[in-house]
Design a protein around this ligand. Structure first.
Ligand SMILES: NC(=O)c1ccc[n+]([C@@H]2O[C@H](COP(=O)([O-])OP(=O)(O)OC[C@H]3O[C@@H](n4cnc5c(N)ncnc54)[C@H](OP(=O)(O)O)[C@@H]3O)[C@@H](O)[C@H]2O)c1
Length: 266
């Protein structure tokens, strides 16, 4: 399939493919006829996902272990997949979450460091490697999964919010230079996903979106060439409203809505 704009990609890489959203993105893209290169750390989960996808869709699925914190493993996969044909999209979904634990204030040091390494540095590594695949001969697209937490932070996961805010800022900064190379960037900012509550994550998960619905929205937005998408609309609206308020008022409102007394500043 040609790599025309406003059409599903013909070949795409998904980094962090075997989790709930990654697998849903893979399913959605494969259903649209897209050949896929899947990577992540868990080879068995990737192989199981590849088998499932092959059983459902008549597309070529390849997979290999790759860790965004070990650039050489990712580079091996990207160059092997790129050598087997042109790549239209690179979807960077790898990310880890986790709620505050350190005295009820923030994520513990090891978790926080890991979040920075995976969600921010690792995602930027994947972006750098993606650029080697886009030689300007056809349009390319990078799709990154950030979070609604990127806009106003998250009292329950401060470091997580910082990594997603950093990733979003980097992608917004990159967009003009990449546009000049015919590479689009779509930043997806989901609210809570519904399928699985991550260990230690907040109980307050309003308007949580099933992973398949989230994946459909992200793929549709990227096909349309959208710069950014935030959903569900109720949470995106609330976040915009909160962002427009003075910080103390915002904290008071958030604390009341979430029932989290620790979300309130002084
Ligand atoms: N869950 C939510 O409520 C929510 C809300 C907003 C945004 N998000 C974001 O959406 C994305 C997907 O989240 P999810 O809920 O689907 O999480 P998930 O099920 O835990 O999936 C995370 C994926 O990231 C991969 N990954 C983790 N560390 C990696 C590493 N070092 N190198 C390569 N891949 C790595 C995992 O694969 P391996 O374990 O095989 O490496 C897995 O495929 C994340 O970026 C997350 O921050 C999630």
């Amino acid at each position: 399939m040609p790599a025309n704009r406003q059409q599903p990609p013909g070949r795409a890489i998904i980094v962090g493919a075997a989790g709930q959203l990654g697998a849903a993105l893979a399913d959605d893209l494969a259903a649209a006829g897209c050949d896929l290169g899947l990577c992540g750390r868990d080879g068995q989960a990737l192989a199981a996902l590849a088998d499932r996808l092959r059983g459902r869709h008549a597309v070529d699925i390849r997979h290999k272990e790759g860790d965004v914190t070990r650039p050489a493993t990712l580079a091996d996969f990207f160059s092997a997949y790129g050598a087997s044909g042109p790549v239209d999209w690179v979807v960077i979904n790898a990310g880890i979450g986790g709620a505050r634990a350190l005295g009820g204030v923030m994520e513990d040091v090891a978790t926080g460091e890991r979040m920075v390494a995976v969600n921010l540095v690792g995602a930027l590594t994947a972006i750098r490697l993606a650029l080697d695949l886009f030689d300007g001969s056809r349009p390319g697209r990078i799709v990154v999964i950030a979070s609604l937490a990127a806009y106003i932070g998250s009292p329950e996961s401060p470091v997580y919010a910082a990594t997603k805010a950093g990733l979003r800022a980097a992608c917004l900064s990159l967009r003009p230079a990449l546009a000049a190379r015919d590479v689009g960037v779509t930043i997806a900012n989901p609210g809570y996903l519904a399928d699985r509550v991550a260990d230690g994550a907040a109980n307050w998960r309003p308007f949580a979106t099933p992973a398949d619905v989230a994946a459909r929205r992200i793929v549709k937005a990227a096909i349309r060439g959208r710069a950014e998408i935030a959903f569900p609309w109720q949470m995106a609206l609330l976040v915009r409203l909160l962002a427009s308020l003075p910080v103390r008022l915002r904290e008071r409102l958030y604390s009341r809505l979430s029932g989290d007394p620790l979300a309130r500043g002084t």
